[in-house]
Design a protein around this ligand. Structure first.
Ligand SMILES: Nc1ncnc2c1ncn2[C@@H]1O[C@H](COP(=O)(O)OP(=O)(O)OP(=O)(O)O)[C@@H](O)[C@H]1O
Length: 277
């Protein structure tokens, strides 16, 4: 059995005296999961991740991290185990060089200087930033800044990484690099929760999809099940990945990703070619 990292029970949340933004949400996150958290604008995704990080406190229900009630944990306690990457990387970057920026978290956690150096070197290398270690972060591209935010988070050696729309505003090449980075971090044992509106990314990279709709958890399962055509995902404001939409038009096809669609379609095309030759 995989270790349970996060256990959310009957979570309710309202901002101030407003209405409920999250309603009786139950959720278990296991070590090793690669979760995509989806749902229409305002469905409660960011709020849920902020609660999971103890940046907000529940109005009702309980959140346990490794069996411990997070109500008694500070944001600093959570930061030892969970890295959080904000949607806008500029909110997280304030030091003069990339290396100093990435060292900030491990220093705050009072790692020894040798461990800080090792952690920074590892985080820069994982994120492809080693060459940029001495550069001024604010002058780098959005994709590079997003990588700095991830490097800063993983330098604290978290068990789990929560990322809020890390590919927003990036070109497809940067977004793909980012997803490959997250895949490789996940393969190294870091549990990933990725907030995203991008169904293509969910189909291609996530092992589990969770959908929120108007503060309720309405789906928790594999991307294959989410996109199998039997669930009315349009009711939650979602559309299937292109590969799924195309493959539904072709008899016998069940691709979730473009590469898989091409693999499934190629024999048909080759056979068609032979018929014409
Ligand atoms: N600081 C706040 N004060 C009051 N209401 C808020 C606050 N932040 C978010 N909300 C409201 O809470 C609801 C959930 O917002 P949240 O940002 O969690 O949704 P989301 O699914 O992340 O949306 P998006 O995809 O647009 O980022 C929305 O109705 C939003 O307007």
């Amino acid at each position: 059995m995989p270790e349970t990292l996060l256990e959310i029970q009957k979570l309710v949340f309202a901002y101030g005296h407003g209405g409920r933004v999250l309603n009786e949400v139950d959720l278990t996150v296991n070590a090793g999961d690669f979760i995509a958290l989806a749902g229409r604008n305002g469905s409660g995704k960011t709020t849920l991740t902020r609660l999971a990080m103890s940046l907000l406190k529940p109005s009702g229900g309980t959140i346990y991290f490794q069996g411990k009630d997070t109500a008694v944990m500070t944001t600093a306690d959570m930061a030892r185990s969970v890295g959080y990457v904000f949607q806008n990387p500029d909110r997280q970057i304030f030091r003069d060089t990339v290396a100093q920026e990435v060292a900030y978290g491990p220093e705050q956690l009072r790692f020894s200087p040798a461990v800080v150096n090792d952690s920074v070197a590892w985080a820069l290398s994982m994120t492809g930033l080693t060459e940029l270690a001495g550069r001024f972060p604010r002058l780098l591209s959005r994709g590079q800044k997003q990588r700095i935010a991830i490097a800063s988070a993983i330098a604290m050696r978290p068990q789990m990484l929560i990322l809020d729309e890390p590919t927003s505003g990036q070109d497809p090449w940067e977004a793909q690099n980012m997803m490959e980075l997250l895949t490789s971090l996940n393969q190294q044992g870091i549990t990933i929760i990725l907030v995203t509106h991008d169904m293509e990314l969910i189909g291609q990279y996530a092992s589990r999809a969770i959908v929120l709709d108007r503060g309720h958890k309405v789906f928790d399962g594999t991307p294959a099940t989410l996109f199998n055509g039997e669930i009315d995902i349009a009711a939650w404001g979602l559309i299937p990945p292109t590969a799924v939409a195309i493959s539904r038009q072709l008899p016998g096809m069940n691709a979730q990703q473009v590469t898989e669609l091409v693999r499934q379609v190629m024999p048909m095309i080759q056979k068609g070619g032979e018929d014409y030759s």
